[in-house]
Write a protein that binds this ligand. Structure first.
Ligand SMILES: Cc1cc2nc3c(=O)[nH]c(=O)nc-3n(C[C@H](O)[C@H](O)[C@H](O)COP(=O)(O)OP(=O)(O)OC[C@H]3O[C@@H](n4cnc5c(N)ncnc54)[C@H](O)[C@@H]3O)c2cc1C
Ligand SMILES: *[C@@H]1O[C@H](CO)[C@@H](O)[C@H](O)[C@H]1NC(C)=O
Ligand SMILES: *[C@@H]1O[C@H](CO)[C@@H](O)[C@H](O)[C@H]1NC(C)=O
Ligand SMILES: *[C@@H]1O[C@H](CO)[C@@H](O)[C@H](O)[C@H]1NC(C)=O
Length: 551
């Protein structure tokens, strides 16, 4: 995610931790005298009994026993947060990549039968690695849906069916292939998996005009805890409500979403205007942005991106970039800006007119003038890093004094950045209970705090970065939403609280983080969960809990 040079996880293990890994291995060995190979063999046998559709073993099953390097490649392939790939983090006993929907159904039946905890991954962007690591259950297996990525766009019907393993980049490309004036309001990073992404709501640059991706879902195919395949009418409106924003992997496995396309103009205008701290002395521009960003016409979406710049002699500043997208032509945009936000000083020269699909490419961070086919490559241009990130919602303009302290803290962490995303427009008109995502009217903007680092495993330095972001989060408290202090579930943050082992789930404890993500919708999510998945098959560190503690 940073602009820093990319890197892979080092596979070499320092001597000390190698010994501890060995010890760990032997202590596990005495408890569970089964190899991952034999667990996998049992699973495969069970699959054969539960599906008629072939699965070529070599291409669908990966275990460290057979070939550790291929296993690592598959595990790392879409995993975004390198923190959850280090040697000390638990690994799945094997990875299964289904090639047919019935394999997903059979996998649920078989993991239940063999008591294997199941994690499911679509695009691998979970901030806390929940789609490929379980820190609370052993053994666990990983079902990776990357081979289920079909997209069928129906322009006539103004809709599309998209399988869970497809990326948003592929979806945008397939839409643009058929029409220049259709789009979809999902996320900005092209490698996001449609499967996990929409389960948390999913916002992007069209949100002020059309709402979230979750607001534009027409139907879904899911597999429940009994391996049954359901669509909207057979799952019922409660479950259909819960899966559009209630967070991933709590209710079932999404096989595909049916989405409603939205109209986009043939010409959009984009701009980026950057001001250093010195150029915005007194924070006049940033303060004005806070007063207008959620109130300007809903065709205009101006994000603010903050990052630290370091000069040759070690002097530092924060660069604040106003990254705009306008659903219309340059001339109209300049009129709007002169009226509502003249402080930014936007000029014709700052603006570029492009098509919607070109704006998708630039929002995703690809270099200018990249061919739109880059959207079909599985990887985004953002580098993978070790990272920790958090989110907040802001309902009142942050005063200058608050901004001062915020910038002071940013300057202390060179690898940090922050993104402010404006709300308002369509987002304010949708009731909080329409889908589980509750951050609606009254929100001025959402902020994403991020710190990333690329050195290999070194707990001391990792802790330094994590402490920095927690301190910043603490500092921001007086300036952000309260009672509850809200957070975006797609920016999963385990600092907010976790479920203990499955047998000790407590509804009371989870209410703390549940309300942050879902406000009053949390209670309804718990009710639906209790009815739909009473055995709590779909569970993780922050899955929706059952009403009753089963301890
Ligand atoms: C670089 C980056 C950029 C981002 N940009 C945006 C953005 O612009 N807008 C935005 O809204 N969010 C953004 N996010 C957050 C993103 O929406 C979430 O991380 C989302 O959960 C990713 O979905 P995924 O399928 O890629 O992730 P995964 O890690 O595969 O899954 C996330 C969660 O959903 C579960 N899950 C996965 N597939 C399924 C399925 N088929 N059925 C049920 N549960 C499933 C997983 O088990 C996990 O708990 C970004 C994240 C990153 C790392
Ligand atoms: C594992 O797979 C890689 C890549 O296909 C191959 O180069 C290597 O020889 C294999 N190793 C073993 C032990 O089979
Ligand atoms: C550092 O100082 C030099 C000289 O005063 C200046 O030109 C440069 O813009 C500064 N860089 C940063 C990142 O502040
Ligand atoms: C949003 O909230 C404000 C202030 O409470 C209220 O005046 C306005 O009518 C609300 N807007 C919508 C669309 O509900």
């Amino acid at each position: 995610m940073s602009l820093a040079a990319g890197m892979r996880v080092s596979k070499s293990v320092p001597a000390i931790s190698y010994i501890s890994v060995l010890l760990l291995y032997f202590s596990f060995y005495t408890i569970t005298p089964v190899s991952s190979k034999s667990l996998q063999d049992d699973f495969i046998k069970c699959l054969h009994r539960n599906t008629y559709v072939e699965f070529p073993l070599k291409k669908t099953f990966f275990t460290p026993d057979r070939n550790a390097s291929i296993f690592d490649d598959v595990l790392e392939s879409t995993a975004q947060n390198l923190r959850y790939l280090t040697n000390s983090v638990p690994k799945p006993v094997f990875i299964f990549t289904p090639v047919h929907e019935s394999h997903v159904q059979a996998s649920i039946i078989c993991s239940k039968k063999l008591r294997l905890h199941l994690r499911v991954r679509s695009g691998g962007h979970d901030y806390e690695g929940l789609s490929y690591v379980s820190q609370i259950e052993t053994p666990f297996i990983l079902m990776d849906l990357s081979k289920l990525r079909q997209i069928n766009v129906d322009i006539e019907e103004n809709s599309a069916w998209v399988q869970a393993g497809a990326t948003v980049g592929e979806l945008y490309y397939r839409i643009a292939e058929k029409s220049k004036v259709h789009g979809f309001p999902a996320g900005l990073c092209s490698s996001l998996g449609i499967g996990g992404h929409i389960t948390g709501g999913a916002y992007g640059s069209l949100m002020r005009k059309f709402g979230l991706a979750g607001d534009n879902v027409l139907d879904a195919k899911i597999v429940d805890a009994n391996g049954k395949l359901l669509d909207r009418s057979s799952m019922g409106e409660d479950v259909f409500w819960a899966i559009r924003g209630g967070g991933g992997a709590s209710f079932g496995i999404i096989l595909a979403w049916k989405i409603r396309l939205v109209p986009v103009p043939e010409t959009l205008t984009v701009f980026t205007v950057t001001k250093t701290l010195e150029q915005d002395a007194g924070h006049k521009i940033l303060s004005k942005w806070q007063r207008v960003a959620d109130k300007v016409v809903e065709e205009l979406f101006i994000r603010v991106f903050f990052r630290v710049l370091v000069g040759e002699n070690g002097n530092k500043t924060v660069a604040t970039s106003y990254i705009g997208q306008f659903l219309g032509e340059k001339g109209t945009l300049i009129e709007v800006m002169n009226k509502d936000f003249p402080e930014l000083g936007l000029t014709q020269e700052d603006c570029t007119e492009i098509s919607w699909i070109e704006s998708v490419v630039s929002n995703a961070g690809f270099p200018q003038r990249s061919p739109i086919e880059v959207l079909l490559q599985a990887k985004s241009p953002l580098r993978k890093e070790y990272f920790k990130a958090k989110s907040d919602f802001i309902n009142e303009v942050i005063p200058t004094l608050g901004l001062k302290g915020m910038f002071k803290r940013l300057l202390e962490e060179e690898a940090s950045f922050m993104i402010w995303t404006p709300y308002g427009g369509m987002m304010s008109t949708i009731p909080e209970s329409e889908i589980p995502f509750p951050h609606r009217n009254g929100t001025i903007f959402m902020t994403n705090y991020y710190t990333g680092w690329s050195e290999t495993e070194n707990e001391k330095s990792a802790n330094k970065h994590i402490k920095w972001i927690r301190d910043l989060y603490g500092y921001m408290m007086p300036y952000v939403s309260s009672n509850p202090r809200q957070a975006y579930v797609n920016y999963r943050d385990l600092d907010l609280g976790v479920n203990k082992k499955s047998t000790k789930l407590s509804f009371k404890e989870s209410q703390v983080w549940g309300a942050k993500y879902f406000k009053n919708n949390f209670n309804r999510l718990v009710k639906i969960k209790t009815k739909f998945d009473p055995e709590n098959f779909f569970r993780h560190e922050q899955s929706i809990p059952l009403y009753l503690s089963r301890s």
